[in-house]
Design a protein around this ligand. Structure first.
Ligand code: NOJ
Length: 715
């Protein structure tokens, strides 16, 4: 007989042994997760005594008390797993490190940086007795009207998969010690395709499209060993994701073969009754949710009684219940929770110097220079007075972005607004800085204009810090217009009349339609939501201490009517991406970003010009030279184009990227590994195969600047 408490057995053996001892009540309890903040302490302790599997949004001493109850006052002593939305840092702890948002960090195109951020966040949330984050987001951000664009790694499935897998690895780190947490790949699947960019509606995508575009990032999560997956709020082709047996049980569990468990999103079971109306009672909603493949149910208390009733009446397949409980228990064993339910890393690690350094490193890579007529870096000899203007110059909350849960009011020592960062850096060169807000983000009113114009006139340079704020980003916060909100452009028009040069620093959750700004500003630096050290880093870039190296992980539309606009579209008949009334293509394309130096590409070569599936991979190399006067880092990008397919092929597909650091005049060879698997097509019959024929391989600095091209052939 295997003792489930004995660590000499494998997780699988222990989970099976424990499962065989459990009552139906204990099993259903393990399948539930409840939110602490919506109950009293007494109710929470009651649920712990019933053997609740998980709580979310409770930390520190409160979590420890629940854990003690679960271990000491339940028959089997199964530890609770505590989950949290640590989305870009542990926002619920007012001292913890706040990283840039996913969209901001995606500008780095840096897998290793993602891994390091995952490590830091995991260590810090573990200090508060938490074991699990609902991150990263693997949704594809094509429709920029959607409120949750800031949570994505942008528009490209390859980039999303690569960066997402790296952060999963950082969070989990093979559960080697008490600094590791479980990751959660969310929101399965095509949640970002919700019609019209509205949050949590129907996504009109076919299964072929899902397999070709939306599934690959989740497959990379699975390959990285991601322990959990979250079922989205949306429906796909009229079937709520939560009751979507085909996509959850058959595709994700059986085909992809995830090792771990699936948790629903918040109140998804209830939503089948209240919103999506495919069930009219909790028993039915619980039955279809279990049948579909969900293992843990987030925040639907009624699931407990309803499921026990289903079991009693033989209306649910016990095989499914046992499979779910097994998966949950195995995950708890895998992460060592039974051995170390209370163990925490050293608290002095929270926002320690080493963690701030990681944040600085990734933030330095996570800003994109969109325009520069030569005004940047700031000429500190000529510029003696700077006017910093705009509603986002001194607003940490806007800078942190969504999922920062009031972090802006926290006691984070390195927290630096754009204004603070610029002031501090300018002081080094004896430059005076004046600040005028000028206007609000959304509120109408030009009362602040005069003071801003006066300050501008008395200065040598204007740094306008503008964009949006958390009221315009996040769940339920989709937008139908994508212009700079409120009076911001009106203020810029007035500032332009002063004839002083203007650098626009964008602090925003998503691409905005900044056509006038693109035309009229001297320089534009996109920072998205850059987190805690954003102000320090923006100043370093503006003053030339750091050479910008970020590239856009998402296209900037010219107008909301052009959305979705993304680089990897399928070809059409009547002019790609064309509208009668606007210029063709996005305002700023995917992969684009300027540097203070220039790069030249040459010598493209491939390890094989003809290949078969058995070859496994192709190595693509190219030379890159820094042809400018300063050191810089280029994000070299490799794209493919499948020339003819049995189904239409995207005009371009990113399949490789590397950051290459080069001194002035230096040349290096960059090498990309192209797995043959990445060249496969999902055919009409839904099979993924390598089709014979030509593939163009292109290398360059953005999706619209690919000077090197060659052709390889699948034979
Ligand atoms: C709802 C959100 O959609 C999801 O991303 C989040 O993890 C859960 N709530 C838990 O807070």
């Amino acid at each position: 007989m295997i003792d489930y408490k004995d660590p000499k057995y494998t997780s699988t053996e222990r989970a099976n042994a424990l499962l065989s001892l459990m009552t139906n009540e204990e099993k259903v309890g393990q399948m539930m997760q409840l939110a602490y903040k919506f109950m009293t302490r007494e109710e929470a302790l009651e649920w712990a005594k019933k053997g609740l599997g998980s709580y979310l949004h409770v930390l520190g001493d409160n979590a420890d008390e629940l854990q003690r109850t679960a271990i000491n006052e339940t028959r089997l002593g199964i530890p609770i797993i505590f989950g949290i939305d640590c989305i870009h840092g542990h926002a619920l702890n007012e001292y913890a490190t706040v990283f840039p948002t996913q969209l901001a960090m995606a500008q780095s195109f840096d897998r290793e940086a993602m891994r390091k951020c995952g490590r830091v966040s995991a260590t810090e949330v573990r200090c508060d007795s938490l074991h699990w984050t609902f991150s990263p987001v693997f949704c594809i951000g094509r429709d920029t009207r959607w409120g949750r664009i800031n949570e994505t790694f942008g528009e490209d499935p390859y980039l999303i998969g690569e960066l997402g897998a790296a952060i999963v690895d950082g969070y989990q780190n093979n559960f080697v010690d008490n600094t590791c947490i479980m990751a959660c790949a969310k929101h399965y699947i095509a949640y970002g395709e919700s019609i019209g960019g509205r949050d949590a509606y129907d996504s009109m995508v076919s299964e072929r499209m899902i397999r070709e575009t939306f599934l690959p990032p989740f497959e990379k999560a699975a390959k990285a060993g991601c322990k959990t997956y979250m079922t989205g709020y949306q429906s796909v082709d009229g079937v709520p994701m939560n009751s979507n047996r085909r996509l959850l049980r058959e595709v994700l569990k059986e085909e992809v073969g995830v090792d771990g468990f699936i948790i629903t999103d918040w109140a998804n079971v209830r939503s089948l009754i209240d919103n999506q109306k495919v069930c009219d009672n909790f028993e039915d909603a619980s039955r279809v949710s279990i049948d579909a493949g969900n293992d843990m149910i987030m925040q639907t208390e009624e699931f407990y009684d309803a499921t026990l009733k289903l079991i009693e009446n033989g209306q649910v397949d016990m095989k499914h219940i046992d499979d779910s409980v097994f998966r949950i228990l195995k995950a708890k064993f895998d992460m060592g929770l039974f051995e170390h339910p209370f163990e925490k890393p050293d608290r002095s690690k929270i926002c320690c110097d080493e963690h701030v350094e990681v944040d600085l490193e990734v933030t330095r890579e996570s800003m994109t220079l969109l325009k520069n007529d030569g005004i940047l870096p700031i000429n500190t000899k000529k510029v003696r007075k700077i006017a910093v203007i705009g509603p986002n110059a001194d607003d940490l909350e806007a800078q942190y972005g969504d999922w920062s849960c009031g972090a802006a009011n926290g006691h984070r020592k390195p927290a630096t607004s754009m204004l603070k960062g610029i002031k501090k850096r300018a002081k080094k060169d004896g430059i005076e800085v004046v600040y005028k807000k000028g206007c609000d983000i959304e509120k109408p009113g030009k009362r602040g204009f005069n003071a801003a114009i006066k300050a501008a006139k008395e200065s040598d340079l204007i740094i306008a810090v503008m964009g949006d704020y958390i009221e315009l980003n996040g769940e339920y916060k989709s937008r139908a217009t994508l212009d700079l909100p409120g009076e911001q452009t009106a203020l810029l028009i007035e500032l332009k009349k002063t004839k002083k040069p203007i650098v626009l620093v964008m602090v925003n959750g998503k691409p905005l339609c900044i056509n006038w700004e693109a035309e009229n500003m001297n320089a534009i630096l996109e920072t998205f939501n850059s987190g805690m050290v954003g102000g320090t880093v923006a100043a370093e870039i503006l003053f030339g201490d750091v050479n910008p190296s970020g590239k856009l992980p998402i296209s900037f539309p010219r107008t909301a009517g052009q959305v979705p606009v993304y680089y990897n579209y399928l070809p059409g008949w009547h002019g790609d991406n064309k509208y009668k009334d606007i210029e063709e293509g996005p305002l700023y394309p995917f992969g684009f970003g300027l540097s203070y130096t220039t790069f030249e590409y040459s010598n493209l070569s491939v390890s094989k010009t003809e290949f078969t599936e058995a070859d496994g991979e192709i190595i693509v190399t190219a030379k890159i030279k820094n042809t400018g006067k300063v050191k810089g880092t280029e994000i070299a990008q490799m794209y493919i184009h499948d020339v003819v397919g049995t189904v239409m092929r995207p005009i371009l597909e990113l399949k490789g990227f590397e950051r290459v650091e080069l001194d002035a005049g230096e040349e290096k060879t960059v090498s990309f590994t192209l797995p043959v698997e990445e060249l496969k097509v999902v055919e009409q019959n839904l099979e993924r195969v390598l089709e014979k024929g030509d593939f163009e391989i292109m290398v360059g600095g953005s999706s619209v600047d690919l000077p090197l091209i060659t052709t390889i052939k699948a034979v």
